[in-house]
Write a protein that binds this ligand. Structure first.
Ligand code: ADP
Ligand code: ASP
Ligand code: MG
Length: 405
């Protein structure tokens, strides 16, 4: 649709009635410039955390279906309040839930993937000159059950809707001025980036920079949706996500820290072909996303296998690991929530020996013990103890002079 922008406002941006009124004013201002506007909203402030906490007061492992019914309520509150605030200013508006806008997903509860959008309802409302407010983070599966897209998933709702409607751009409004060289709450000296490539920001988001949901970046790149991250509290220009990545120059673009992970170790696994396949296919069949994997050969014919998973999936992953250990007669399964993954990101950095040397030197000087290392063309990641991870992040930011680049 022509002259259409999609805006997404995160939890902090709608964290109070005052903030909702502020967001309503900003939206109406854009609307009065003659634009069609679709707005995706998250739950207010810490609402989703509070809902998770309520669920866990009943059960450590509630069923995914009921968990999603509960968590999706947060967004329903904020869309209604925002629509009321816009009505009050005097513009035509309608709030719609994920199912009402036909946001179809897979049936994997708690981390469903969007499979399609039926844009008829939204387009019909826009044609009546209404501002359309859509609940983020939620959709509906083929059984007509409510699903959620994983924590932070409203960004992905926004990009998917922008792609479905062929919007001019998708603006992600949040509580910081854009994408920074590191989380500005951990590294006060972090610098805002005016531009960053899809690939780099995808790597940062996947490695724990919570500013964007990784899947939203993948979709924006795939469907060529211009993506901008900006603050909902000021008029600063934010960060533009671009396709223009300068592959020539190997520089560290940013640092990410993910401390919401857990490490699972399966001790004394028989050293036979097919063992790793068996474990990782069992995990895949349970839709558990596995990250850093290490296998150590202890002695003849016996290995230890370790891997990391998101904290949210730790309980399920542990159950699978225990089943596997029992089946292959491994000695035991252990888990550790005291680790964090620390990464540096930038095109071509792994091929640059000075960068890896400086990275490991910085950690060594801080006395950081590294549990696991993994690399790709665009990143170096290590698993370190959680208690020193933030300090290490600040030290790396300093070593790579990210403040002054
Ligand atoms: P929202 O509720 O708007 O979706 P989030 O909390 O999901 O907000 O994301 C914004 C937060 O992401 C910021 O407050 C910041 O602490 C964190 N963050 C982590 N890494 C980065 C980074 N590299 N750049 C900017 N923000 C980051
Ligand atoms: N409300 C959800 C969450 O807190 C989704 C989002 O904010 O993007 O994870
Ligand atoms: Mg978010």
């Amino acid at each position: 649709m022509k002259n259409l922008i999609v805006q997404k406002y995160g939890g902090t941006s709608v964290g109070s009635i005052e903030k909702i009124k502020n967001v309503a004013n900003r939206i109406v201002e854009q609307k009065r410039k003659g634009k069609h506007i679709v707005v995706i909203v998250s739950a207010m402030g810490k609402t989703t955390d509070q809902l998770v906490d309520l669920a866990h007061q009943i059960s450590a492992e509630p069923s995914g279906r009921e968990y999603d019914v509960l968590l999706s309520t947060g967004e329903q509150v904020s869309i209604a309040l925002l629509a009321m605030a816009i009505e009050k200013i005097g513009e035509k508006v309608i709030s719609l839930t994920g199912p009402q806008v036909g946001l179809q997903t897979s049936s994997v509860h708690k981390r469903a993937r969007i499979t399609g959008i039926d844009d008829k309802r939204i387009i019909g409302e826009l044609k009546q000159n209404k501002i359309v407010i859509v609940a983020g983070f939620q959709g509906v599966d083929e059984n007509n059950d409510i699903t959620t897209l994983g924590r932070g998933g409203s960004d992905t709702s926004a990009v998917a809707i922008a792609a479905g409607l062929d919007a001019d751009c998708c603006e992600i409004y949040t509580d910081v001025d854009g994408v920074f060289t590191a989380d500005p709450r951990v590294v006060p000296e972090a610098r805002k980036l005016d531009e960053i490539s899809y690939d780099e920001v995808l790597e940062m988001a996947s490695l724990g920079a919570g500013v964007l949901h990784p899947r939203s970046v993948e979709l924006a790149e795939k469907f060529n949706i211009p993506l901008i991250v900006r603050s909902s509290f000021n008029e600063n220009s934010g960060t533009k996500i671009t396709t223009d990545d300068n592959m020539e120059e190997a520089i560290v673009k940013g640092i990410a820290l993910d401390d919401a992970i857990g490490k699972i170790s399966i001790m004394e696994v028989p050293d036979q072909p097919g063992i790793a396949y068996r474990l990782f296919s069992m995990l895949a069949n349970n839709n558990i996303h596995v990250d850093m994997i290490v296998q150590n050969t202890n002695r003849a014919a016996i290995n230890d296998i370790s891997f990391t998973v998101d904290e949210d999936e730790l309980q399920e992953a542990l159950e699978v690991a225990q089943k596997f250990a029992f089946e292959v007669e491994a000695q035991k399964v252990e888990f550790d929530k005291g680790v964090a993954k620390l990464s540096i990101i930038g095109n071509g950095i792994v091929a640059n020996p000075e960068i890896s040397s400086k990275f490991f030197e910085t950690l060594y000087k801080l006395g950081v013990n590294i549990h696991t290392i993994s690399t790709s063309e665009t990143r170096i990641s290590v698993l370190v103890d959680k208690h020193i991870s933030k300090k290490a992040m600040i030290a790396l930011h300093d070593s790579f002079k990210l403040k002054n680049n």
